[in-house]
Design a binder for this molecule. Structure first.
Ligand code: ADP
Ligand code: 5GP
Length: 213
């Protein structure tokens, strides 16, 4: 039946029966460096409406082509530490020699406005979100196998050989932690993985929740 009401996002009508805006879902993509999280986020963002992506703060230097405020907010360590002190992060973690954090007030404002928010995090940060926001949806992105992960990191060629080794060591540990999360999507064929992610986002919009959170 077509009620004539606009569908703001698949699975949601604006307002709902009592005309209060429903909170958006917090969706976390995690998995080892080089598995394809960033690539998948770009694809899913271009396909799913009603979804916004959080831009993290990092102490890492920009890679060629990365844009301040779009890829990351690039900050020095002192500025990052001051943000930690002021409790401005929803979660933060140190990864392979750099710090990364999710801006809390922006994410909360988006959720309140009814948008689903996508975070792309390494595994420690995803675990922090899991323990502090039980309603968050956590998706682990796996490589088809370890050799392929290594191949992708080397082919991306954005880190030195030394840092690639650090990231691969870290990946071995991270791959053992996937069972903490609710979904696993294997990023073998990019198209299939992106479709599976979109299905998860849509299905979660239809979940019956006991509270507005
Ligand atoms: P992450 O954000 O997890 O560190 P990226 O999105 O940067 O990973 O992807 C790492 C590299 O692997 C990039 O060069 C990307 O183009 C490539 N890649 C991503 N997904 C696939 C895939 N399904 N098949 C082959 N290469 C891929
Ligand atoms: P990269 O240096 O490759 O951009 O990111 C390194 C790792 O940090 C990736 O796994 C990426 O998903 C993760 N990351 C990016 N932003 C954040 C963040 O705000 N918090 C946490 N915990 N991890 C992040």
């Amino acid at each position: 039946m077509n009620t004539g009401e606009p569908l703001t996002k698949l699975g949601h009508k604006a307002g709902g029966p009592n005309h209060r805006l429903k909170m958006g879902n917090l969706i976390v993509l995690t998995g080892p460096s080089g598995v394809g999280k960033g690539t998948l986020v770009d694809l899913v963002m271009s396909r799913v409406v009603g979804l916004v992506r959080s831009v993290s703060v990092t102490t890492r230097l920009p890679r060629p082509g990365e844009v301040e405020g779009q890829s990351y907010f690039f900050r020095d360590r002192a500025t990052f530490d001051a943000m930690v002190e002021r409790n401005e992060f929803m979660e933060w973690a140190e990864f392979a020699g750099n710090c990364y954090g999710t801006p809390k007030s922006w994410v909360n404002a988006q959720l309140k406005a009814g948008h689903d928010v996508l975070l792309e995090l390494e595994v420690q940060g995803a675990r922090q979100i899991h323990s502090q926001s039980p309603a968050a949806i956590l998706i682990f992105i796996s490589p088809p196998n370890f050799n392929e992960l290594e191949e992708r990191l080397r082919a991306r060629a954005t880190e030195t050989a030394e840092i690639i080794l650090v990231r691969l060591q870290k990946a071995k540990q991270e791959l053992q932690e996937k069972n903490v999360f609710q979904y696993e999507v294997v990023n073998d064929k990019l198209e299939d993985a992106a479709n599976n992610l979109a299905h998860i986002v849509y299905a979660e919009r239809l979940r019956i929740r006991t509270s507005e959170g």
